[in-house]
Design a binder for this molecule. Structure first.
Ligand code: HGY
Ligand code: MN
Ligand code: MN
Ligand code: MN
Length: 410
């Protein structure tokens, strides 16, 4: 069958997306499938069976990244990789990561149905712990794959209950024996929902992603002084929560000033009690920008605010950067391949940059990489309301199919 007007099976992809959403389904229609949890095991097992049924060889590396290989005519060439992630946020949705991973599987099935063998081999990938909400950092598996971390460094990381990555991998049977990074790729393409409002607002079906924001994650602690909520005069308090409240407004102002974004999250008052002035608080900051210098300027502004608030309120404030990733620029030829596939298929598209971090942002440090976005309803993601249209998911998968055909050769 000629490959030029090949289309994926939209119904099959849509069924897969909704079938796998049952692994970690929440009452509000979202998905809670934290990395290396029992729910993650169930979707990994489903994905492995589906890849085997599609004739792929499935390999797992020491951090649980899953690689499903489809031979090409010339298996001396490195495979073209494509995929995303199957783990979700605690209040995640059905499409973040899932669309890109299952669309990759659908591309393989479509090629099987059409009896097409590409020149280069293909490799579809489910990366471990893209979300970073159980174990930091986010995009963990792909970051280790490109050498940002050793496997040992990652295996020792622990979640809030003290469970290590190594123990969690073993508990779900996905601590593979393939050495991290052993599987060389010739390039990588990731399909993903935009997770923002632009494509929908402009009535565009495809986002041709040119790059992504850089990111800095901080862990913060504020040490005030727990005291009696009734007997302690306001002027004598060292209230950790009020100090954090002022810092939060300073973080917001720094982001606005530098045309960036920043979020205070994961706030925890230690031994909280209604009638005790908060003494000790932990919190996190997620700061992002397309510009490295904006990340640096925000860092400076955060540090200045910490010093001023701590001195004035008589509290201790510690802000520790735990992860930094520079802004990403994707490979121009790969981006062009996405643009050409999308216009050949007649989809309305526009160039766009990614506000979210993705595994592709790591892969772009090692191999030519590009991303394809499709709209999500009201731009909502990292929320159980996350939703997308079947036609947009199919369009994204068709652009993925034709981009991969172009890059792998048919
Ligand atoms: O945070 C992120 O950007 C990613 O979606 N986990
Ligand atoms: Mn994602
Ligand atoms: Mn996400
Ligand atoms: Mn992401």
């Amino acid at each position: 069958m000629a490959s030029s007007n090949l289309q994926i099976d939209s119904g099959r992809l849509w069924r897969d997306i909704h079938d796998t959403a049952k692994f970690g389904a929440t009452p509000k229609g979202g998905v809670k499938r934290l990395t290396l949890s029992e729910e993650d095991k169930k979707v990994r097992d489903w994905f492995r069976e589906a890849c085997l049924a599609a004739g792929c060889e499935v390999h797992v590396d020491e951090l649980g990244d899953m690689y499903a290989l489809r031979p090409g005519r010339d298996n001396n060439r490195p495979p073209i990789g494509f995929g995303s992630h199957l783990d979700t946020q605690p209040t995640g949705g059905k499409y973040d990561g899932v669309l890109g991973t299952l669309a990759a599987l659908e591309v393989i099935r479509t090629l099987n149905d059409a009896g097409i063998v590409t020149e280069a081999p293909l490799c579809i990938i489910n990366w471990t712990n893209e979300e970073g909400s159980r174990f930091a950092p986010a995009t963990m598996g792909s970051a280790a794959y490109v050498g940002e971390y050793t496997a040992e460094n990652i295996l020792g990381r622990r979640d809030v209950d003290g469970v290590s990555v190594a123990a969690a991998l073993e508990s779900i049977g996905y601590r593979g024996n393939e050495a991290m990074g052993a599987r060389k790729l010739g390039g990588f393409v990731e399909l993903h929902i935009e997770q923002g409002p632009i494509l929908e607002a402009e009535n565009k079906t495809i986002g041709v992603v040119e790059g992504g924001q850089g990111i800095v994650w901080y862990d913060g602690t504020i040490t005030g002084f727990a005291s009696h909520a009734g007997a302690t005069p306001m002027a004598l308090r060292h209230d950790a929560l009020l100090a954090l409240s002022e810092l939060a407004l300073a973080v917001e102002q720094a982001a606005i000033t530098h045309k960036a974004v920043a979020t205070i999250g994961e706030i925890k008052i230690e031994n909280a009690s209604r009638n005790v002035v908060p003494g000790d608080i932990t919190f996190t900051i997620d700061a992002r920008s397309l510009l490295t210098e904006a990340l640096d300027k925000m860092d400076k502004a955060f540090k200045a605010a910490v010093a001023e608030i701590a001195a004035r309120r008589g509290v201790g404030i510690e802000l520790i950067p735990i992860w930094r990733k520079e802004p990403t620029i994707f490979n121009a030829d790969y981006v062009e391949a996405v643009a050409q596939a999308s216009s050949k298929l007649g989809y309305a598209s526009r160039r766009i940059t990614s506000g979210a971090i993705h595994d592709a942002c790591n892969l772009s440090m090692a191999v030519p990489t590009a991303m394809i976005f499709v709209p999500c309803k009201d731009g909502i993601s990292h929320n159980e309301l996350e939703d997308a249209k079947e036609t947009d998911c199919a369009a994204g998968a068709n652009v993925l199919l034709h981009t991969v055909l172009k890059l792998a050769g048919v």
